[in-house]
Design a protein around this ligand. Structure first.
Ligand SMILES: C[S@@+](CC[C@H](N)C(=O)[O-])C[C@H]1O[C@@H](n2cnc3c(N)ncnc32)[C@H](O)[C@@H]1O
Length: 282
């Protein structure tokens, strides 16, 4: 079988298994199994695939057909301009979360300023590290309740040349942090507990429950974080939080009750309200 024929067969297999991006996933898994680059398809598509290579591809396709996400299979995921390693305790970063990065960058008056950023529930470190990659004089602290997530985030900082500007610690949201920051970012768990069983298998069976479960109404983490934000922000500092579909009004109320007027609610690329930005009055 040629490489191109293998790819067609892989796509059909993933499509039959209900995978929603079979063409992309087939290509990524074959590239990973065989050490190919995207350009290789142009020049090597008619080459025969040796049986041992086909067996390596088959093993990965079997996992994907069982609805394990590509990022979990290959152990990493691209986010913003970065490649990030994953661990069982980290959420797989989503493109929607880049909305927070854009929102913070657009809200900062001076991108060369030495801003201090706090990321609550940092996971892979994706939000903090993407911001540090864009803000050459910024430094930051990422907090997560999971020690495995903290270790993964620290490794991702090193992998992307940002370790000198990023610290990571275990903690429960902002508890015990005395410092005040120019920006606090967070993508907290926001799925109502009862909805978790209805999620796609890629999410339900592979993202950690602690990264998903937002309590009975999905808002537990926002209540905790909103109460802490006034003590974590400098005067004039901004908070940018990812939100779930339909949660904007409730979270606006939580932030404004805490004394943080909402300045923006920003949609993601699908038009869903995804990031809420508030500021601490000067
Ligand atoms: C939705 S994930 C977001 C991860 C990452 N920031 C991202 O956007 O991909 C939420 C994260 O919050 C962490 N978390 C859950 N409860 C926490 C708590 N009480 N204190 C600190 N972190 C918590 C989870 O371990 C998880 O890494």
């Amino acid at each position: 079988m040629t490489l191109r024929a293998l790819r067609r067969a892989a796509e059909e297999r993933l499509s039959a298994a209900g995978v929603d991006s079979p063409a992309l996933d087939a290509r990524l898994l074959i590239e990973h199994a065989l050490g190919l680059s995207r350009e290789d398809w142009l020049v090597r598509g008619d080459e025969p695939v040796p049986p041992d290579a086909a067996a390596r591809v088959d093993a990965l396709l079997e996992r994907r057909a069982a609805r394990e996400p590509v990022g979990r299979i290959v152990g990493e995921r691209a986010f913003w301009t970065l490649d990030l390693s994953l661990a069982p305790a980290t959420l797989e970063p989503r493109p929607d979360t880049e909305t927070i990065v854009e929102c913070v960058l657009d809200a900062l008056p001076d991108r060369s300023a030495p801003v201090r950023i706090l990321d609550l529930g940092t996971g892979t470190g994706c939000i903090l590290l993407a911001l540090l990659a864009e803000l050459p004089n910024a430094t930051g602290l990422g907090i997560d309740i999971s020690a495995e997530a903290v270790a993964t985030a620290a490794a991702n900082a090193a992998r992307n040349g940002l370790a000198g500007r990023a610290d990571f610690r275990t903690g429960v949201w902002g508890a015990g942090i005395a410092e005040r920051f120019d920006a606090v970012v967070s993508n907290p768990p926001y799925i109502p507990s009862a909805d978790i069983a209805t999620l796609d298998p890629e999410v339900r069976d592979h993202d950690p429950l602690r990264a998903l479960d937002g309590g009975a109404d999905g808002l537990d983490a926002y209540r905790a974080i909103a109460a802490e934000l006034p003590g974590l922000l400098k005067d004039g500092g901004i908070a940018a939080l990812e939100i779930g579909q339909g949660q904007a009004d409730d979270i606006r109320r939580l932030l404004e009750t805490a004394g943080l007027p909402v300045a923006e609610i920003r949609p993601d690329l699908s038009g869903i309200e995804r990031c809420i930005r508030a500021a601490k009055p000067v």
